[in-house]
Design a protein around this ligand. Structure first.
Ligand SMILES: Nc1ncnc2c1ncn2[C@@H]1O[C@H](COP(=O)(O)OP(=O)(O)OP(=O)(O)O)[C@@H](O)[C@H]1O
Length: 208
């Protein structure tokens, strides 16, 4: 099992609740805007504490309210590509990629740069990047942290079709070659059809 998740969390007037198990590979989390998809990713990453439940990724138990287990975010080893990318504005792209680098990363730095087509961006400041360029850098930064799993929040959202295909191929290649569990939030049917081995739908019955 790559993800074994059962989380509930009250946020303001809203109760976010989701339970699913997914086998290895890429799992897409889909559902209407505001239903709680990003909150679920944050609960898996350790950035938002569930009120109840458990979070298991691979064979590692990251959170369990009954057993009072709650690994700090830094120890969960997620490669999280945030919806808003969150590159450090005061560091050039190369420094962003090296920041938080753990060991040798999931792959060689130059190979990652080549795969993502970002060699020409290394000396640029994040503020000068297009949305799609920033997205590729954010994916690269996640790969360099030697993650045990990837959480991708709309990783292809601001890419045009020509750029989507190679990034989809990268996500698939990384998931397969490194046997990494991947949880991907997407609103795009094409991305979900082409990438997902498992689809998890959040709707008003899973949250309310
Ligand atoms: N700290 C908070 N306090 C109160 N409500 C919150 C808080 N954080 C998120 N919410 C609300 O919880 C709900 C779920 O938000 P979330 O960002 O997880 O949804 P989402 O499915 O990822 O949405 P989108 O697809 O638009 O990104 C939203 O209604 C949001 O306004």
């Amino acid at each position: 099992m790559s993800f074994d998740i059962d989380v509930t969390r009250k946020l303001g007037a809203k109760r976010i609740s989701l339970r699913f198990s997914a086998p290895s590979g890429i799992t897409a989390l889909v559902g209407p805007s505001g239903i709680g998809k990003t909150s679920v990713l944050n609960m898996i990453a350790g950035l938002l504490r569930p009120d109840h439940g458990h979070v298991e990724v691979g064979r590692t138990l990251l959170f369990d309210s009954d057993q009072r287990i709650d690994l700090p975010a830094a120890d969960r080893r997620s490669g999280y590509v945030f919806q808003d990318r969150r590159l450090f504005p005061h560091m050039r792209v190369g420094a962003n990629l090296r920041y938080g680098r753990r060991g040798y990363g999931l792959m060689d730095f130059d190979l990652m740069v080549d795969m993502l087509g970002i060699a020409a961006l290394l000396d640029r400041w994040p503020a000068t990047l297009s949305g799609g360029e920033a997205q590729r850098v954010a994916i690269g930064r996640a790969l360099m942290s030697s993650p045990q799993f990837l959480l991708l929040d709309e990783p292809l959202a601001s890419l045009d079709e020509a750029r989507r295909a190679p990034i989809r191929a990268i996500i698939r290649r990384v998931a397969q070659e490194f046997a990494l569990p991947v949880l991907l939030v997407s609103h795009d049917n094409g991305d979900v059809d082409q990438l997902a081995d498992t689809i998890v739908r959040m709707d008003a019955t899973s949250s309310g």
